[in-house]
Design a protein around this ligand. Structure first.
Ligand SMILES: Cc1ncc(COP(=O)(O)O)c(C=O)c1O
Length: 354
């Protein structure tokens, strides 16, 4: 009973301020609450932030992935490669179009797709690679682009991260974003597809909405609303500030925890890690007991990926993904995390691990 009364430090939290509330109430008062001009404005501003031609807002990141695959004409004859260490949304989108998923192992230091494993497993049937920048650390996107297979950059974790001083989301043929409640910026639920290619943007815009069309093909209702977009616009204004605060917290964790856990290296000087997640790798304690103890102490730590895809599909041979899944723990990091909570979290980890 006493345990339940402890105020939990949440694992993640949206950063909602008065300006967000005001932006949303203005839209509610205007009466234009479905997909209208505010969605268009959010699309333009996000595309401008990333440095690409255009964006199409969607109801979720999963819907964005589905539309991206449809834009690339991926069908059941095709195979789509993706890392095993990713949430099931990615696998779902590939299954929505009936394609065959090809799972790739990860680099255990960066948690990103292992390029050598991708090269080994590549066949002529692979018509796209979905490349997440896992936990906000850019994948080696140029090396993957050099393979020559179309790329969907999955920026669900990584809006504002940069690779060689250029925004992630500006490299792939198509890129997708998620604005779920706990993401870097939120629209509660929501997503976006961006691209430099007008032909992809046009097709995605057409498929997102079923109404008032001259012809009939299967289309979707994957629209974002102006209510959501008003929150997105308001959040986007503060994204750089959110990133700076997250990087500041990460620096404190780096300084305090570097001798205790294996931390992911920020492997390129010209990459910007935005610390969507701060992940430590335990080397001694069992992960289950660590997670249980953290909750008992009022700190909500989590496995950053609930279960790798190969484990759902009963596939073997993903040694790096397995070892990361067995040791990697995500500790709280978000712009509103108070300084005293950072100290509590550091003390807890030092006590448990020593
Ligand atoms: C890497 C990645 N891609 C796609 C998604 C799907 O996003 P959504 O939850 O907005 O559908 C997620 C979800 O968190 C994700 O982690």
């Amino acid at each position: 009973m006493y345990e339940k009364l402890i105020a939990m430090i949440p694992h993640s939290r949206p950063t909602i301020e008065e300006s967000d509330v005001l932006a949303v109430s203005n839209i509610l008062r205007s009466g234009n609450i479905a997909q209208q001009n505010t969605v268009k404005k959010f699309e333009q501003e996000l595309a401008h932030y990333i440095g690409v031609k255009g964006g199409v807002a969607t109801s979720s990141g999963t819907a964005a992935l589905h539309l991206a695959l449809l834009a690339l004409d991926i069908t059941k004859k095709d195979t789509v490669a993706m890392p095993s260490y990713v949430c099931t949304a990615v696998l779902n989108a590939v299954n929505y179009v009936g394609a065959t998923p090809l799972l790739i192992d990860i680099d255990p230091d960066t948690f990103n797709l292992d390029v050598e494993d991708l090269k080994r497993k590549l066949t002529p049937r692979v018509k796209a690679v979905i490349v997440p920048h896992t936990f906000g650390l850019p994948a080696d996107i140029e090396e993957i682009m050099a393979i020559g297979v179309p790329i969907i950059e999955d920026c669900a974790h990584s809006i504002g991260a940069a690779y060689k001083n250029k925004m992630v989301g500006s490299f792939g043929d198509i890129s997708i974003f998620s604005f779920y409640a706990t993401k870097m910026i939120t629209t509660s639920e929501g997503g976006m597809v961006t691209s430099n290619a007008e032909k992809f943007l046009e097709k995605i815009r057409d498929l997102r909405d079923y109404d008032n069309k001259a012809d009939y093909i299967i289309r979707y209702n994957y629209k974002m609303t102006d209510i959501q977009a008003s929150l997105g616009l308001s959040q986007l204004k503060r994204l750089n500030q959110f990133i700076e605060i997250r990087r500041g917290i990460a620096q404190k964790y780096n300084a305090e925890l570097k001798n205790l856990c294996s931390l992911p290296v920020n492997y390129r000087g010209d990459s910007r890690h935005i610390y969507y997640r701060y992940v430590i790798k335990l080397h001694r304690n069992g992960i289950e007991s660590f997670l249980k103890l953290s909750k008992e102490k009022g700190i909500n730590c989590e496995r950053p990926i609930f279960k790798p895809l190969h484990r759902y599909l009963n596939l073997q041979g993903f040694n790096n993904t397995d070892s990361v899944w067995e040791t990697a723990v995500s500790i709280p990091i978000y712009p509103t995390l108070p300084e005293e909570n950072v100290k509590t979290i550091v003390e807890f980890i030092k006590n448990v691990i020593n």
